[in-house]
Design a protein around this ligand. Structure first.
Ligand code: PLP
Length: 627
């Protein structure tokens, strides 16, 4: 717990059990439901599902949907707020059908709806959101077809709100609505002056990509009035960015939004809804702070600020409390999924060893560094030892390139150098003051654990925007983790690595893990991957989608669970098809080549058949390493 901080970022869903395994409590109000992660791994193996695997805990999704809705109900009751909460889940955060279905089902008691931001998403939510009471919010840029689809939703009795992102969209919507003679429900998105803080702060401010300025909002309302459609203007929308790290930004945005709503009301435009967008953050690093991968508030505090902020302004302005809409995506889905990968190897600069004993005629660089290695002790100035050793190594490398020393002597110098560095590290770990250069030795001497997965497919944000995601061994937590390491993936790309972690409140480039055992697999979980990571992942190096298992807890046995569905990840054929190859034709081409070798007597016929079968088997197999 001290190293991995599971209870800090786990949102109440993950703990370290007494047996040293990570445990899942998917329903925080009922801690008796407790699943051992190791049993999940065993079941996945029994089902014959190959790792790496995405595990989805559907109960966690349900708990988050219920949690958000209950939080709004609580604050609404406490504040004696007159409006209701009608939240929507933005499907862009995770469009997976099973995820959306679960959210819709869990949200039924609260009339929880869906949000779409593109044509494909609108087609999806029109089919998925069948509850007539819940909202369907349509954001993003729209064309004629999108407008018609939204109006189809209206025709089918759904509360589809078209949120106008730029003025010309309003002209298009009015034209299509009049042509089809269907009353739309219209929202306007305000370009807020307040900016969020954190990685997504450009979603707010005057240079924001989406939304209308205050002048445009007034012009839009007046235009609708002229067109006899003022009654269609129902919603004010704003979104100042995802993962808002500081609660002050939420308060400021609500104040600004509430003022706009109130004045529109006083101008005669009685809107029913205010939509505060997304932004409810996740504490990825467990610091509960304004760090970029954290946030300094809880879900309930966020909700209370929305409800009380809106109420205060409306009461001051003497206008009715609007219904509240929020579009939280990250907060709904982040916790429910976890990527399990197996460590398949260790890479270490100082792992190799060789006999470094003296030989006649060897170069004096080698003699010097050997002498240093044999004679230095802790009384010496360690900084000087470090500098000398580094200098010998650099000089040796130059000398090798100039053909002065042979390869074998260079290898001995390298071996002796790493031996010296290892001893320096042992020494300075006991010291209070350590020079900066020596501190960096920790990173150079650390291991790299090779993980059977692709950062670009499964944790894209760690690469693209330095997002921190918790990494935790799933077993052996009652053993001291003694190997400092960073993680590298199996893509042929040096960027395919994770070397940002938190220990306590400190951001580090290495994480202590357990030494690998020869005959025992070591599984590591990458947590909080349920928001955005699934959809942002790409096929770098042709590593495709991961196998997935969908887990539910049992009502009658709190420690049991079942795999409700296994969704097969991409096969090699699948990813090749995406890239316009024809795998069947490729198999025929390779078979023809093999046959030719058989005719030429270079391969025996049996061998030829075996190689053909093997090529075809690999084509239809998983893209990741087979363990
Ligand atoms: N609504 C809109 C308009 C967005 O652009 C986004 C994402 O940035 C969201 C909702 C979801 O935000 P979050 O995942 O932070 O809740």
């Amino acid at each position: 717990e001290r190293v991995y901080g599971v209870s800090q970022w786990g949102g109440g869903y993950f703990q370290i059990g007494e047996n040293g395994n990570v445990h899942i409590t998917p329903v925080p109000e009922d801690p008796s439901i407790r699943i051992d992660f190791n049993s999940v791994i065993e079941d996945i193996r029994k089902e014959g599902v190959q790792f790496p695997v995405v595990v989805r805990f559907h109960d966690i999704l349900r708990s988050q949907v219920a949690g958000l809705n209950k939080a709004f109900r609580k604050s609404i009751t406490e504040a004696e707020y007159q409006g209701e909460y009608q939240g929507v889940y933005p499907v862009k955060v995770n469009q997976m059908r099973e995820v959306v279905e679960e959210i819709v089902d869990a949200g039924k008691p609260y009339n929880y709806g869906l949000e779409a931001g593109s044509k494909a998403e609108l087609l999806t939510v029109l089919a998925m959101n069948t509850n007539e009471e819940s909202l369907t919010i349509l954001n993003g840029y729209k064309d004629d077809e999108v407008m018609r689809l939204a109006l189809l939703g209206r025709k089918l009795g759904r509360k589809v709100v078209v949120v106008v992102e730029k003025f010309t969209e309003l002209l298009l919507l009015v034209k299509v609505a009049k042509e089809l003679d269907i009353d739309p429900i219209i929202g306007v998105r305000s370009k807020m002056t307040v900016k969020g803080r954190g990685k997504w702060e450009s979603s707010g401010g005057e240079r924001a990509k989406f939304g209308l300025t205050i002048t445009e909002i007034i012009n839009a309302a007046r235009y609708l009035e002229e067109q006899g459609m003022a009654h269609c203007l129902k919603l004010l929308h704003f979104h100042i960015g995802s993962q808002l790290t500081d609660i002050r930004a939420v308060k400021e945005a609500v104040t600004e939004g509430a003022r706009i709503y109130a004045d529109l009301h006083k101008m005669g435009f009685a809107l029913d809804y205010v939509d505060v967008g997304g932004g409810l953050g996740i504490d990825y690093d467990g610091s509960n702070s304004t760090n970029e991968s954290s946030r300094n508030y809880s879900m309930q505090e966020y909700v209370a600020d929305v409800v009380y902020g809106m109420k205060e302004m409306c009461d001051l302005e003497g206008v009715p409390h609007p219904h509240l809409v929020s579009e939280s995506g990250r907060a709904i889905t982040a916790h429910h999924s976890c990527v399990i990968t197996e460590i398949v190897g260790e890479i270490k600069s100082n792992a190799a060893d060789m006999d470094t004993s003296a030989k006649e005629g060897e170069h004096f660089f080698l003699k010097n560094i050997r002498e240093l290695a044999e004679t230095f002790d802790e009384q010496e100035n360690m900084h000087e030892v470090y500098n000398d050793a580094s200098q010998y190594k650099e000089q040796a490398l130059d000398a090798f390139k100039l053909r002065v020393i042979p390869l074998e002597e260079l290898a001995k110098i390298e071996t002796l150098y790493w031996q010296i560095m290892g001893r320096l590290q042992t020494w300075y770990r006991k010291e209070e003051y350590v020079p900066e250069e020596l501190q960096e030795l920790d990173y150079s001497l650390s291991s790299q654990y090779l993980c059977n997965f692709s950062v670009f497919q499964s944790a894209a944000d760690t690469w693209a925007i330095d997002q921190l995601l918790p990494v935790v061994p799933l077993t052996r937590m009652n053993e001291e983790p003694t190997v400092n390491c960073s993680l590298v993936d199996i893509t042929c790309d040096s960027d395919g690595k994770i070397d940002q972690f938190t220990i306590g409140r400190e951001i580090t480039d290495v994480l202590p893990m357990h030494p690998l055992k020869r005959d025992e697999p070591y599984y590591v979980g990458l947590f909080l991957t349920g928001a955005y990571q699934d959809v942002m992942g790409d096929m770098h190096n042709l590593f495709g989608r991961l196998n997935e298992v969908h887990i539910y807890s049992y009502d009658d046995d709190p420690e049991d669970f079942y795999i409700e569905e296994v969704v097969k990840g991409s096969s090699v054929e699948d990813v090749l098809n995406v890239m316009q190859y024809n795998p069947r034709a490729m198999a025929s081409d390779v078979k023809r080549l093999i046959d030719r070798h058989v005719w030429d007597g270079k391969l025996n016929p049996r061998e030829g058949v075996r190689w053909t079968d093997f090529y075809e088997k690999c084509l239809s197999g998983y893209t990741y390493l087979k363990q």
